[in-house]
Write a protein that binds this ligand. Sequence first.
Ligand code: KG4
Ligand code: ZN
Length: 346
Amino acid sequence: MPAILAIESSCDETSAAVCVDGKILSNYIANQTVHEQYGGVVPELASRAHMQNIVPVVDAAMKTANIELSTIDAIAFTQAPGLIGSLLVGGQFAKSLALSLNKPLIAVHHMQAHVLANLINDPKPSFPFLCLTVSGGHTQIVLCDSPTSMKVIGETIDDAAGEAFDKSAKILGLPYPGGPLIDKYAKEGDPKRFKFPEPKIEGLNFSFSGLKTSILYFLQNAGKSNLFKAEFTATEEEKKEFIENNLADICASIQYRIVTILLNKLKKASLETGIKDICIAGGVSANSGLRTAFEETGKELGWNTFIPAFEYCTDNAGMIAITGYYKYLEGKFAELTVSSTARAEW
Ligand code: KG4
Ligand code: ZN
Protein backbone atom coordinates (compact mmCIF):
# COMPACT_ATOMS: atom_id res chain seq x y z
CA MET A 1 0.00 0.00 0.00
CA PRO A 2 2.58 2.64 -0.91
CA ALA A 3 1.62 6.24 -0.09
CA ILE A 4 3.21 8.76 -2.45
CA LEU A 5 3.36 12.55 -2.08
CA ALA A 6 3.88 14.17 -5.49
CA ILE A 7 4.92 17.68 -6.48
CA GLU A 8 4.53 19.33 -9.90
CA SER A 9 6.10 22.71 -10.72
CA SER A 10 7.27 22.50 -14.34
CA CYS A 11 5.57 25.61 -15.67
CA ASP A 12 3.05 27.98 -14.07
CA GLU A 13 1.00 25.62 -11.91
CA THR A 14 2.11 24.65 -8.41
CA SER A 15 0.50 21.34 -7.54
CA ALA A 16 0.69 18.62 -4.90
CA ALA A 17 -1.13 15.27 -4.73
CA VAL A 18 -1.30 12.21 -2.53
CA CYS A 19 -1.73 8.74 -3.99
CA VAL A 20 -2.26 5.63 -1.84
CA ASP A 21 -2.10 2.24 -3.53
CA GLY A 22 -2.71 3.75 -6.97
CA LYS A 23 -5.70 5.87 -5.87
CA ILE A 24 -5.47 9.66 -5.90
CA LEU A 25 -6.71 10.96 -2.53
CA SER A 26 -6.00 14.65 -3.19
CA ASN A 27 -4.81 16.85 -6.04
CA TYR A 28 -4.29 20.54 -5.27
CA ILE A 29 -3.44 23.06 -8.00
CA ALA A 30 -2.52 26.73 -7.47
CA ASN A 31 -2.83 28.66 -10.73
CA GLN A 32 -0.64 31.70 -11.32
CA THR A 33 -2.66 34.63 -12.67
CA VAL A 34 0.33 37.01 -12.61
CA HIS A 35 1.27 36.04 -16.21
CA GLU A 36 -2.01 37.13 -17.86
CA GLN A 37 -0.94 40.75 -18.27
CA TYR A 38 2.24 39.69 -20.13
CA GLY A 39 0.55 37.44 -22.72
CA GLY A 40 2.66 34.41 -21.73
CA VAL A 41 4.43 32.77 -18.81
CA VAL A 42 7.29 34.92 -17.38
CA PRO A 43 9.82 32.35 -16.03
CA GLU A 44 11.19 34.52 -13.19
CA LEU A 45 7.68 35.33 -11.93
CA ALA A 46 6.68 31.67 -12.21
CA SER A 47 9.61 30.58 -9.97
CA ARG A 48 8.75 33.21 -7.37
CA ALA A 49 5.08 32.20 -7.34
CA HIS A 50 6.07 28.53 -6.90
CA MET A 51 8.14 29.57 -3.85
CA GLN A 52 5.08 31.26 -2.35
CA ASN A 53 2.61 28.50 -3.20
CA ILE A 54 4.50 25.30 -2.54
CA VAL A 55 4.11 25.02 1.26
CA PRO A 56 0.35 25.82 1.38
CA VAL A 57 -0.33 23.55 -1.62
CA VAL A 58 1.50 20.58 -0.07
CA ASP A 59 -0.23 21.26 3.25
CA ALA A 60 -3.65 21.30 1.60
CA ALA A 61 -2.96 18.06 -0.29
CA MET A 62 -1.86 16.31 2.93
CA LYS A 63 -4.89 17.56 4.90
CA THR A 64 -7.43 16.52 2.25
CA ALA A 65 -5.84 13.07 2.00
CA ASN A 66 -5.97 12.95 5.81
CA ILE A 67 -2.46 11.61 6.02
CA GLU A 68 0.65 12.46 8.08
CA LEU A 69 4.05 13.14 6.51
CA SER A 70 5.46 10.32 8.65
CA THR A 71 3.30 7.73 6.83
CA ILE A 72 4.40 8.79 3.33
CA ASP A 73 6.53 6.09 1.63
CA ALA A 74 8.13 8.19 -1.13
CA ILE A 75 8.27 11.70 -2.58
CA ALA A 76 7.75 12.02 -6.36
CA PHE A 77 8.49 15.23 -8.25
CA THR A 78 8.64 16.55 -11.81
CA GLN A 79 12.31 16.46 -12.73
CA ALA A 80 11.97 17.50 -16.41
CA PRO A 81 11.10 18.93 -18.92
CA GLY A 82 9.94 22.47 -18.18
CA LEU A 83 11.11 25.93 -17.11
CA ILE A 84 14.32 25.34 -15.20
CA GLY A 85 13.64 27.91 -12.44
CA SER A 86 10.19 26.43 -11.84
CA LEU A 87 11.48 22.84 -11.84
CA LEU A 88 14.21 23.73 -9.34
CA VAL A 89 11.71 25.03 -6.77
CA GLY A 90 9.67 21.79 -6.76
CA GLY A 91 12.79 19.63 -7.09
CA GLN A 92 14.63 21.20 -4.15
CA PHE A 93 11.51 21.07 -2.01
CA ALA A 94 11.02 17.37 -2.80
CA LYS A 95 14.66 16.56 -2.10
CA SER A 96 14.64 18.39 1.24
CA LEU A 97 11.50 16.55 2.26
CA ALA A 98 12.93 13.17 1.22
CA LEU A 99 16.13 13.92 3.14
CA SER A 100 14.39 15.06 6.31
CA LEU A 101 11.88 12.17 6.30
CA ASN A 102 14.52 9.67 5.19
CA LYS A 103 12.22 8.42 2.40
CA PRO A 104 13.07 7.56 -1.21
CA LEU A 105 12.83 10.14 -3.98
CA ILE A 106 11.20 9.43 -7.37
CA ALA A 107 12.06 11.60 -10.40
CA VAL A 108 9.21 11.89 -12.92
CA HIS A 109 9.24 12.91 -16.59
CA HIS A 110 6.42 15.43 -17.03
CA MET A 111 5.35 14.21 -20.50
CA GLN A 112 5.32 10.55 -19.41
CA ALA A 113 3.12 11.61 -16.50
CA HIS A 114 0.64 13.29 -18.89
CA VAL A 115 0.36 9.90 -20.68
CA LEU A 116 -0.10 7.97 -17.42
CA ALA A 117 -2.89 10.33 -16.29
CA ASN A 118 -4.96 7.82 -18.26
CA LEU A 119 -4.22 5.19 -15.58
CA ILE A 120 -5.77 7.23 -12.74
CA ASN A 121 -9.44 6.37 -13.21
CA ASP A 122 -11.31 3.31 -14.50
CA PRO A 123 -11.71 2.08 -17.17
CA LYS A 124 -7.98 2.00 -17.95
CA PRO A 125 -6.37 1.31 -21.34
CA SER A 126 -4.62 -2.06 -21.89
CA PHE A 127 -0.95 -2.20 -22.90
CA PRO A 128 0.29 -1.46 -25.47
CA PHE A 129 -1.70 1.72 -26.07
CA LEU A 130 -1.22 4.91 -28.05
CA CYS A 131 -1.50 8.37 -26.51
CA LEU A 132 -1.78 11.71 -28.27
CA THR A 133 -0.19 14.13 -25.81
CA VAL A 134 -1.09 17.72 -26.60
CA SER A 135 0.00 20.60 -24.39
CA GLY A 136 1.34 24.13 -24.55
CA GLY A 137 4.86 22.88 -25.19
CA HIS A 138 4.43 19.45 -26.78
CA THR A 139 2.49 17.52 -29.40
CA GLN A 140 3.42 13.86 -29.49
CA ILE A 141 2.09 10.43 -30.33
CA VAL A 142 3.44 8.06 -27.69
CA LEU A 143 3.49 4.27 -27.88
CA CYS A 144 3.20 3.02 -24.31
CA ASP A 145 4.28 -0.62 -23.68
CA SER A 146 4.13 -0.45 -19.87
CA PRO A 147 3.97 2.30 -17.20
CA THR A 148 7.75 2.60 -17.33
CA SER A 149 8.39 1.93 -21.02
CA MET A 150 7.18 4.28 -23.72
CA LYS A 151 8.49 5.96 -26.85
CA VAL A 152 7.56 8.92 -29.03
CA ILE A 153 6.59 7.80 -32.56
CA GLY A 154 5.47 11.20 -33.89
CA GLU A 155 5.87 14.83 -32.82
CA THR A 156 5.60 18.42 -33.94
CA ILE A 157 8.40 19.84 -36.03
CA ASP A 158 7.56 23.41 -34.98
CA ASP A 159 4.75 24.76 -32.74
CA ALA A 160 2.83 22.61 -30.27
CA ALA A 161 -0.97 22.28 -30.60
CA GLY A 162 -1.51 24.40 -27.46
CA GLU A 163 0.80 27.04 -28.89
CA ALA A 164 -1.22 26.98 -32.13
CA PHE A 165 -4.37 27.65 -30.08
CA ASP A 166 -2.71 30.37 -27.99
CA LYS A 167 -0.98 32.12 -30.92
CA SER A 168 -4.18 32.06 -32.98
CA ALA A 169 -6.06 33.56 -30.03
CA LYS A 170 -3.41 36.26 -29.65
CA ILE A 171 -3.78 37.22 -33.33
CA LEU A 172 -7.54 37.52 -32.71
CA GLY A 173 -6.83 39.88 -29.79
CA LEU A 174 -7.85 37.39 -27.09
CA PRO A 175 -5.96 37.27 -23.74
CA TYR A 176 -3.46 34.54 -22.75
CA PRO A 177 -3.90 31.59 -22.57
CA GLY A 178 -6.32 31.77 -25.49
CA GLY A 179 -6.90 28.02 -26.02
CA PRO A 180 -9.87 27.77 -23.62
CA LEU A 181 -11.38 30.96 -25.12
CA ILE A 182 -11.19 29.63 -28.69
CA ASP A 183 -12.93 26.51 -27.33
CA LYS A 184 -15.64 28.69 -25.75
CA TYR A 185 -16.39 30.84 -28.83
CA ALA A 186 -16.11 27.84 -31.20
CA LYS A 187 -19.16 26.27 -29.54
CA GLU A 188 -21.40 28.90 -31.22
CA GLY A 189 -19.63 28.86 -34.58
CA ASP A 190 -19.62 27.07 -37.94
CA PRO A 191 -16.39 24.98 -38.18
CA LYS A 192 -16.67 24.59 -41.96
CA ARG A 193 -17.11 28.29 -42.82
CA PHE A 194 -13.41 29.14 -43.27
CA LYS A 195 -11.28 26.28 -44.60
CA PHE A 196 -7.79 26.82 -43.20
CA PRO A 197 -5.25 24.72 -45.13
CA GLU A 198 -3.92 21.40 -43.74
CA PRO A 199 -0.11 21.13 -43.81
CA LYS A 200 1.42 18.29 -45.81
CA ILE A 201 3.87 16.61 -43.43
CA GLU A 202 5.17 13.10 -44.03
CA GLY A 203 4.84 10.27 -41.48
CA LEU A 204 3.48 10.77 -38.00
CA ASN A 205 4.93 14.24 -37.40
CA PHE A 206 2.91 17.45 -37.08
CA SER A 207 3.36 21.08 -38.14
CA PHE A 208 1.34 24.04 -36.90
CA SER A 209 3.42 27.09 -37.82
CA GLY A 210 1.73 27.44 -41.25
CA LEU A 211 -1.65 27.86 -39.58
CA LYS A 212 -0.51 31.05 -37.88
CA THR A 213 0.62 32.51 -41.23
CA SER A 214 -2.66 31.58 -42.93
CA ILE A 215 -4.63 33.28 -40.13
CA LEU A 216 -2.54 36.44 -40.53
CA TYR A 217 -3.21 36.54 -44.29
CA PHE A 218 -6.85 35.65 -43.76
CA LEU A 219 -7.29 38.66 -41.44
CA GLN A 220 -5.33 40.90 -43.77
CA ASN A 221 -8.06 40.15 -46.36
CA ALA A 222 -10.77 40.82 -43.72
CA GLY A 223 -13.33 38.62 -45.46
CA LYS A 224 -12.79 40.16 -48.93
CA SER A 225 -11.13 36.97 -50.14
CA ASN A 226 -11.48 33.34 -49.13
CA LEU A 227 -7.89 32.56 -50.14
CA PHE A 228 -5.31 32.16 -47.38
CA LYS A 229 -2.74 34.41 -48.99
CA ALA A 230 -2.24 38.15 -48.94
CA GLU A 231 -4.57 39.76 -51.47
CA PHE A 232 -5.74 42.86 -49.61
CA THR A 233 -4.32 45.02 -46.86
CA ALA A 234 -7.13 45.66 -44.41
CA THR A 235 -6.68 48.48 -41.89
CA GLU A 236 -6.53 47.61 -38.17
CA GLU A 237 -10.10 48.95 -37.86
CA GLU A 238 -11.37 46.71 -40.68
CA LYS A 239 -9.64 43.67 -39.21
CA LYS A 240 -11.10 44.36 -35.78
CA GLU A 241 -14.60 44.76 -37.15
CA PHE A 242 -14.29 41.56 -39.21
CA ILE A 243 -13.10 39.61 -36.16
CA GLU A 244 -15.88 41.02 -33.97
CA ASN A 245 -18.60 40.12 -36.48
CA ASN A 246 -17.28 36.61 -37.19
CA LEU A 247 -15.48 35.57 -33.99
CA ALA A 248 -17.43 32.35 -33.38
CA ASP A 249 -17.01 31.08 -36.96
CA ILE A 250 -13.30 32.02 -37.05
CA CYS A 251 -12.66 30.22 -33.72
CA ALA A 252 -14.69 27.16 -34.80
CA SER A 253 -12.80 26.98 -38.12
CA ILE A 254 -9.36 27.29 -36.46
CA GLN A 255 -10.28 24.67 -33.86
CA TYR A 256 -11.63 22.36 -36.58
CA ARG A 257 -8.32 22.57 -38.47
CA ILE A 258 -6.15 21.92 -35.39
CA VAL A 259 -8.36 18.98 -34.37
CA THR A 260 -8.34 17.39 -37.86
CA ILE A 261 -4.53 17.72 -38.10
CA LEU A 262 -4.24 15.88 -34.75
CA LEU A 263 -6.78 13.15 -35.47
CA ASN A 264 -5.57 12.40 -38.99
CA LYS A 265 -2.11 11.57 -37.61
CA LEU A 266 -3.58 9.56 -34.75
CA LYS A 267 -5.60 7.48 -37.25
CA LYS A 268 -2.43 6.88 -39.25
CA ALA A 269 -0.57 5.78 -36.08
CA SER A 270 -3.34 3.34 -35.16
CA LEU A 271 -3.36 1.91 -38.67
CA GLU A 272 0.44 1.49 -38.75
CA THR A 273 0.74 -0.11 -35.29
CA GLY A 274 -2.57 -2.02 -35.25
CA ILE A 275 -3.22 -0.60 -31.76
CA LYS A 276 -6.82 0.29 -30.93
CA ASP A 277 -6.57 1.31 -27.25
CA ILE A 278 -6.08 5.02 -27.73
CA CYS A 279 -5.79 7.88 -25.22
CA ILE A 280 -5.42 11.62 -25.31
CA ALA A 281 -3.64 13.68 -22.65
CA GLY A 282 -2.24 17.13 -21.87
CA GLY A 283 -3.82 20.56 -21.53
CA VAL A 284 -5.30 20.60 -25.04
CA SER A 285 -7.21 17.37 -24.31
CA ALA A 286 -9.50 19.66 -22.27
CA ASN A 287 -10.66 21.07 -25.64
CA SER A 288 -14.30 20.12 -26.18
CA GLY A 289 -13.95 19.98 -30.00
CA LEU A 290 -11.04 17.55 -29.71
CA ARG A 291 -12.82 15.41 -27.09
CA THR A 292 -15.97 15.07 -29.21
CA ALA A 293 -14.15 14.42 -32.49
CA PHE A 294 -11.85 11.89 -30.75
CA GLU A 295 -14.83 9.93 -29.36
CA GLU A 296 -16.60 10.02 -32.75
CA THR A 297 -13.50 8.83 -34.61
CA GLY A 298 -13.09 6.07 -32.02
CA LYS A 299 -16.65 4.84 -32.54
CA GLU A 300 -16.21 4.88 -36.30
CA LEU A 301 -12.91 2.94 -36.22
CA GLY A 302 -13.62 0.55 -33.32
CA TRP A 303 -11.10 2.14 -30.93
CA ASN A 304 -11.31 1.91 -27.14
CA THR A 305 -10.93 5.61 -26.31
CA PHE A 306 -9.70 7.10 -23.02
CA ILE A 307 -9.54 10.72 -21.83
CA PRO A 308 -8.36 11.66 -18.31
CA ALA A 309 -10.82 13.47 -16.04
CA PHE A 310 -10.66 17.23 -16.62
CA GLU A 311 -8.50 17.98 -13.53
CA TYR A 312 -5.85 15.50 -14.76
CA CYS A 313 -5.63 16.97 -18.30
CA THR A 314 -3.87 20.26 -17.58
CA ASP A 315 -0.73 20.33 -15.41
CA ASN A 316 -1.38 18.62 -12.07
CA ALA A 317 0.46 16.56 -9.44
CA GLY A 318 -2.07 13.70 -9.62
CA MET A 319 -0.40 12.49 -12.80
CA ILE A 320 3.04 12.79 -11.14
CA ALA A 321 1.71 10.75 -8.20
CA ILE A 322 0.37 7.90 -10.38
CA THR A 323 3.66 7.78 -12.31
CA GLY A 324 5.52 7.80 -8.99
CA TYR A 325 3.37 4.89 -7.82
CA TYR A 326 4.32 2.70 -10.81
CA LYS A 327 8.00 3.63 -10.48
CA TYR A 328 7.81 2.78 -6.77
CA LEU A 329 6.46 -0.70 -7.61
CA GLU A 330 9.47 -1.25 -9.88
CA GLY A 331 11.93 0.23 -7.37
CA LYS A 332 12.93 3.03 -9.75
CA PHE A 333 14.22 5.61 -7.25
CA ALA A 334 16.42 8.67 -7.78
CA GLU A 335 19.54 9.73 -5.89
CA LEU A 336 19.35 12.89 -3.77
CA THR A 337 21.95 14.35 -6.15
CA VAL A 338 19.57 14.17 -9.13
CA SER A 339 19.24 17.51 -10.93
CA SER A 340 16.28 19.15 -12.62
CA THR A 341 16.67 19.69 -16.37
CA ALA A 342 14.76 21.86 -18.83
CA ARG A 343 14.92 19.16 -21.51
CA ALA A 344 14.63 15.42 -21.07
CA GLU A 345 15.32 12.19 -22.92
CA TRP A 346 12.58 9.55 -23.06
O1 KG4 B 1 -0.53 20.64 -20.28
P1 KG4 B 1 -0.71 22.08 -20.01
O2 KG4 B 1 -1.59 22.49 -18.87
O3 KG4 B 1 0.65 22.79 -19.79
C1 KG4 B 1 1.79 22.47 -20.52
O4 KG4 B 1 2.52 21.54 -20.08
O5 KG4 B 1 1.98 23.11 -21.58
O6 KG4 B 1 -1.26 22.74 -21.37
C2 KG4 B 1 -1.53 24.11 -21.49
C3 KG4 B 1 -2.06 24.38 -22.90
C4 KG4 B 1 -2.20 25.85 -23.23
O7 KG4 B 1 -1.66 26.08 -24.51
C5 KG4 B 1 -3.72 26.07 -23.22
O8 KG4 B 1 -4.15 27.11 -24.07
C6 KG4 B 1 -4.20 24.73 -23.71
O9 KG4 B 1 -3.38 23.79 -23.06
N1 KG4 B 1 -5.61 24.50 -23.35
C7 KG4 B 1 -6.60 24.46 -24.27
C8 KG4 B 1 -7.80 24.25 -23.54
N2 KG4 B 1 -7.49 24.17 -22.22
C9 KG4 B 1 -6.14 24.32 -22.12
N3 KG4 B 1 -6.57 24.57 -25.61
C10 KG4 B 1 -7.73 24.47 -26.25
N4 KG4 B 1 -8.92 24.29 -25.64
C11 KG4 B 1 -9.01 24.17 -24.30
N5 KG4 B 1 -10.18 23.97 -23.70
ZN1 ZN C 1 2.03 19.71 -19.14
